[in-house]
Design a binder for this molecule. Structure first.
Ligand code: SIN
Ligand code: CO
Length: 381
């Protein structure tokens, strides 16, 4: 797929807009022909595994309601003519050919890309004025939507509304987007998108862990990986303890116990790789019923079967002493950098079929991160 930035160069986008300010790109993807129709999105919203919600209401009446999927087809057939939006997350995982659209944003590190969310809206449909914590590219796929944004705003939220909507919203800029147009928003910009006709918006969402997310996950990782017996012990005290006091040397001893955990040399790569490859993952890939051996894998590949990445597996790798530490949804493997890059490409490239790679790929398959395409091309969820 060509650059998703229309006539704007990647360098100009990165230098002037990325993480800095909103950017409207007219005809970012000229002649964009969405691979999914409104009915396909409605069908997905009825799937048990899909993360879908239906938002009804309008800013003028502040009468918002939110319902969660999976929906009964009958519920979606009964929707009124206006003022609703149906949103489905992780669409590229349910419909893997759409991974190509995400890979067109390859000027951003792939670990930062979260998912493709698709919203379908009736005229007047909106999710209300709000602020997101993540960068987003809002690609108009069908119909027209009016986007209003404000970089300065009162952050007060509308009381009693579970949608976290702004109580007050005065737009500073607005644009009507047509199919192929795209609006980039960095985190922290208030925005409100209202459907002008029946429309579909595809949101390419980024992810950025907060300090709190990292520290919480680090605490869990350290607690799981540290030796069991590491526990506080007293040094002989020269004076009798005062009732209730945690003496300064005890405080130092407790801090030292924590510090020891943080000098684990595996910490930066092993923790960050496993955390990043799992962060905001809605489903953990499940191992197949039948494991495969490297020899069986070789013969299957020789018979022309194709290696496919489980769409729910996130791959991320870090370079360590000339090798790659490859993480697949939290599981760790070691391989060559070329192999890590090949497996992380979209679609994955089959690396050289030597003994270490056949062993690696069979272990990735046996952990549920890859599979061999079956003859009828069915894909597990
Ligand atoms: C939408 O697609 O309607 C909402 C997307 C957003 O505001 O982030
Ligand atoms: Co938003």
């Amino acid at each position: 797929m060509s650059s998703p930035l229309g006539e704007m160069s990647v360098q100009v986008f990165l230098d002037e807009y990325w993480q800095k300010k909103p950017c409207l790109i007219r005809q970012a993807l000229p002649d964009f022909a969405p691979e999914l129709e409104v009915d396909d999105v409605a069908g997905l919203a009825c799937d048990d595994l899909a993360d879908a919600r239906l938002v009804s209401g309008s800013y003028s009446s502040m009468n918002w309601t939110q319902e969660y999927g999976p929906f009964k087809p009958k519920r979606l057939r009964q929707l009124p003519e206006s003022n609703w939006t149906l949103l489905v997350q992780d669409v590229e995982k349910h419909y893997p050919p759409l991974q190509c659209l995400l890979s067109a944003f390859c000027f951003i590190p792939s670990w930062r890309i979260d998912d493709l969310m698709i919203s379908v809206a009736a005229p007047g449909g909106s999710v209300g004025p709000h602020v997101d914590q993540y960068d987003v590219f809002l690609l108009q796929a069908k119909g027209h939507r009016r986007w209003q944004i404000a970089r300065s705003f009162d952050p007060g939220l509308a009381p009693g509304c579970e949608l976290n909507l702004l109580a007050e919203f005065t737009p500073e800029q607005e644009w009507d987007l047509a199919p192929g147009d795209m609006l980039y928003l960095p985190p922290g910009v208030a925005h409100h998108g209202v459907a002008l006709d029946t429309c579909m918006t595809w949101s390419i969402g980024l992810r950025a862990p907060s300090q709190a997310d990292l520290l919480q996950a680090l605490g869990e990782w350290l607690a799981e990986t540290q030796a069991e017996g590491n526990r506080y012990s007293d040094k002989p005290a020269s004076e009798l303890p005062r009732p209730g006091e945690i003496a300064p040397e005890d405080v130092q001893g407790l801090l030292e116990l924590m510090r020891q955990a943080l000098v684990d040399e595996r910490l930066p790569n092993a923790f960050l790789g496993s955390f990043i490859s799992r962060y905001r993952l809605a489903h953990q890939p499940a191992p197949p019923e039948e494991p495969i051996s490297p020899e069986e894998l070789f013969s299957e590949l020789s018979n022309g079967r194709r290696l496919v990445r489980n769409p729910w597996t996130r791959l991320a790798w870090v370079e360590q002493q000339g090798k790659a530490e490859l993480f697949a949804a939290g599981d760790e493997f070691v391989c060559s950098i070329g192999t890590a890059q090949a497996l992380s490409s979209t679609p994955p490239v089959l690396p050289e079929q030597n003994a270490p790679n056949l062993d690696l790929i069979s272990r990735l398959i046996n952990s549920g991160h890859f599979y061999l395409e079956t003859e009828d091309a069915d894909q597990p969820d």
